[in-house]
Design a protein around this ligand. Structure first.
Ligand code: AQP
Length: 333
């Protein structure tokens, strides 16, 4: 059986993209893999987080994992900072990764923008911590959205360099990405060329997992489209990013191929499609949102799951870190 690690940052506004690109798949993988699902609070503070909000947001993400069907008894659900081995291995990876590799990371370039002098060192080193998150468990597979593929490649490069540098050929595995179906990249409802994102200032750009039926309906009604009827073919859809995005969301929520959705709505009015999409989104997301709200009212339960998860995770991580320390030559008299 392979081992899976995946994480979500507790940075608020958990959205449909996080759900379809990551969290929904967490539950789908748990019968076939040993799973570790992590709320990556240490990644979150690479940009400023209000401490009180961070704690609440950490519980919110854990609640989302559980609401999406992750079994916290069978698998490890925990927050990253509870397992110090992540940070300990990350330091070693900071010394393995090369500046040239880090300089190629597009997410850093996007997030740092023009004001490079003023972003945290942590934001730059983020991918090395992500490599540590994965390799501290020698995870074989990582389910990620398209946007994380480059970071996973860096993880593989770090594993290969560590194995070579220290002459331990199979020490770290070369982790494989698991990328799923239609909605691996959900785009903004206001701009079909930009990804749906927690940090987008417009709440109308995304469907939050905690949105109620009215909010979902309003956001879909206001979602950007073009003045033409629905696309008739896949190649027509591809040229119309806003329509294409909504079709992809429909396909993912309905577990259908996008081509089948295009066929079903070909040439119809957007209003008709949007009303079908609203019904589908409310049916699929409503129960997840409601369960999340219920769990967030019971922080004691969520905290117990996180605590037990961290213990399970540490039981795997601690011996691997001890091996790494010996390999590197750290003295432990
Ligand atoms: N738009 C998206 N479509 C599909 N998958 C997505 N993911 C994020 N956005 C989309 C996937 O969600 C998981 C958790 O991501 P994260 O918490 O690390 O956040 P992020 O990738 O930085 O993206 P966000 O949520 O939009 O946050 P901001 O606004 O801070 O950049 C990952 O598996 C990711 O692929």
């Amino acid at each position: 059986k392979g081992r899976i690690l995946s994480g979500v940052q507790p940075t608020g506004n958990l959205h449909l993209g996080n759900y379809l690109g990551a969290i929904r798949n967490f539950a789908r993988l748990q019968n076939d893999y040993e799973c570790l699902y992590c709320v990556v609070d240490m990644h979150a503070i690479t940009v400023w987080q209000d401490p009180k909000a961070l704690a609440a947001q950490t519980r919110e993400i854990a609640a989302a994992f559980l609401a999406a069907g992750v079994d916290g008894d069978k698998h490890a659900v925990f927050n990253q900072s509870m397992v110090p081995e992540h940070a300990q291995l990350a330091w070693i990876f900071n010394c393995v990764a090369r500046l040239g590799w880090m300089n190629r990371m597009t997410q850093f370039k996007e997030k740092a923008g023009k004001d490079r002098e003023n972003v945290s060192l942590g934001l730059y080193a983020y991918p090395a911590l992500m490599a540590a998150d994965i390799l501290i468990y020698k995870a074989t597979h990582v389910p990620v959205g398209e946007d994380q593929k480059q970071h996973l490649e860096l993880t593989r490069d770090i594993a290969i360099k560590f194995n070579n540098d220290f002459g331990v050929p199979d020490f770290f595995p070369i982790t494989e990405p698991l990328i799923f179906g239609a909605a691996t990249r959900v785009m903004s409802l206001r701009d079909g060329t930009k990804k749906m994102s927690k940090s987008d200032p417009s709440d109308y750009s995304r469907i939050n997992l905690t949105d109620d039926a009215d909010a979902i309906a309003q956001k879909i009604r206001r979602a950007k489209t073009d003045p033409h009827p629905m696309p008739e073919t896949a190649s027509d859809a591809e040229k119309r990013p806003d329509a294409d995005n909504l079709l992809g969301i429909y396909a993912a929520l309905a577990d259908m191929e996008k081509d089948a959705v295009i066929f079903e709505f070909a040439g119809k009015q957007f209003s008709e499609f949007k009303s079908a999409l609203t019904d589908l989104a409310v049916t699929k997301l409503g129960p997840v949102g409601a369960e999340m709200q219920r769990l967030m009212k019971d922080p004691g339960h969520v905290d117990r799951v996180l605590h037990a998860g961290a213990e399970k995770a540490r039981a795997i991580a601690a011996p691997i870190l001890a091996d790494v320390y010996r390999t590197v030559g750290f003295l432990n008299p």
